[in-house]
Ligand binder design. Structure first.
Ligand code: SF4
Length: 380
């Protein structure tokens, strides 16, 4: 048993600032800021809020070099908290952010977007060198929804194998560069896929610590149930050395992600598991946990309003996705029957891959209701 009463595997220990992930250390609970990184005061407050709830690592998203100066100041005001940075689509800012963080996360599915003439192995080698030079850890963060095109082609029709093989390949590149201070995550919004992906990866690379997460789990309590469905089984099998619970919450409640994480760890250690036999059979609302990219804080209210409006459709097997930004919104809503993503003044609505237009925040709910009614009528 690990120190916090959970079963554990023998993975290598990975040092992230002052904390250790893997190697039999207690499972680390972490979280991520949803504030705009340029808003230094709000971000510092949220880092402290999350760390105060017990998060040992707090992640911040950065898109561009303009945000690096803000990160430097955030770091100066949050000494003692282990910071991780999400490189989003822009891996090239890694060396700029490196002096101010303890860990960087890159998404293997986003490396092809920029510097197309440079090979993926060259980009990964550069990231490993940056991390080594600055004493940082790396998370290879694979998402089922954004697997690298080369793997999707190679394993056409089998997204799961593409995701697992992509993660394994990146580990092998790290091995060949002599860099071993890395962890891996394999995420999806479907708990069953998180379960399968992590089990398969753990069988392939039992030495590599795993960061568990169910992306876009959504609003509590459903978001907590989805998360538990994946985490409980994995943790009971000893899989998962650090966890992040992603919930759609207003800023003042963001620390609840950490509290839920600790509750799950305690429950699994005590053998308490949830039982929800009918869960997932009807309406499914997925929504992102938000991050610095959200351009209108009404996003969380909108997600809540969508949930309340669609209660009448609870028995229908329909997925509605509500995303916080225009960057990832279009892609992250691809698998949903109805998708919404937020811009500064309007919300985009689509039905499967047909865009239905942009609507004001105060009118989009009515439009969504019409589309939901149509979908239910057609299926009937
Ligand atoms: S969908 Fe956009 S706002 Fe939401 S977590 Fe992803 S990048 Fe951030």
């Amino acid at each position: 048993m690990a120190q916090n009463g959970l079963k554990f595997r023998t993975t290598r220990p990975v040092k992230v600032g002052s904390t250790i992930v893997g190697g039999g250390a207690p499972v680390v609970v972490q979280s991520m800021c949803a504030t705009k990184t340029m808003d230094i005061d709000a971000t510092v407050a949220q880092v402290r809020q999350l760390a105060g709830a017990g998060a040992k690592i707090v992640r911040i998203a950065l898109d561009n070099e303009k945000e690096v100066a803000a990160l430097k100041e955030i770091r100066a005001q949050t000494r003692g908290v282990n910071l991780s940075v999400d490189l989003q689509e822009n891996y090239r800012i890694a060396d700029k952010v490196a002096p101010y963080v303890d860990k960087i996360r890159y998404n293997p599915g986003h490396l092809h977007h920029i510097e197309k003439s440079k090979s993926i192995p060259d980009k990964v080698r550069w990231l490993a060198d940056v991390a080594r030079d600055h004493g940082l850890a790396i998370r290879i963060g694979v998402n089922c929804g954004s697997v690298a095109p080369a793997f999707l082609e190679k394993y056409a029709g089998d997204q799961m194998t593409a995701m697992v093989e992509s993660a394994v390949w990146h580990c092998e590149m790290m091995d060949s560069y002599g860099f071993d201070r890395f962890v891996v995550s394999l995420k999806d919004s479907d708990p069953a896929k998180v379960l399968e992906g992590n089990r398969r990866f753990a069988a392939r690379r039992p030495d590599v610590p795993l960061h568990l997460g169910v992306t876009e789990a959504g609003l509590p309590p459903d978001g907590i149930i989805k998360t538990r469905l994946a985490f409980e089984k994995l943790l009971a099998e000893g899989i998962g050395e650090t966890i992040r619970v992603s919930l759609t919450l207003p800023h003042e409640r963001k620390h609840e992600e950490v509290e839920v994480g600790f509750q799950i760890l305690r429950d699994v250690a005590a053998g308490r598991f949830i039982s929800v036999p009918d869960f997932g059979k009807g309406l499914n609302i997925i929504s992102c946990p938000s991050c610095s990219r959200v351009e209108n804080d009404k996003f969380v209210e909108l997600a809540q309003a969508v949930k309340e409006m669609s209660v009448y459709a609870a028995a229908h097997k329909i997925t509605i996705a509500v995303m916080g930004c225009r960057v990832n919104g279009p892609g992250e809503t691809d698998d949903a029957d109805l998708g919404l993503w937020c811009g500064p003044t309007t919300v985009n609505l689509k039905r499967k891959d047909t865009k239905l237009g942009n609507f004001r925040y105060d009118e989009v709910l009515g439009k969504l209701r019409l589309e939901l009614d149509k979908l239910i009528a057609e299926r009937a």
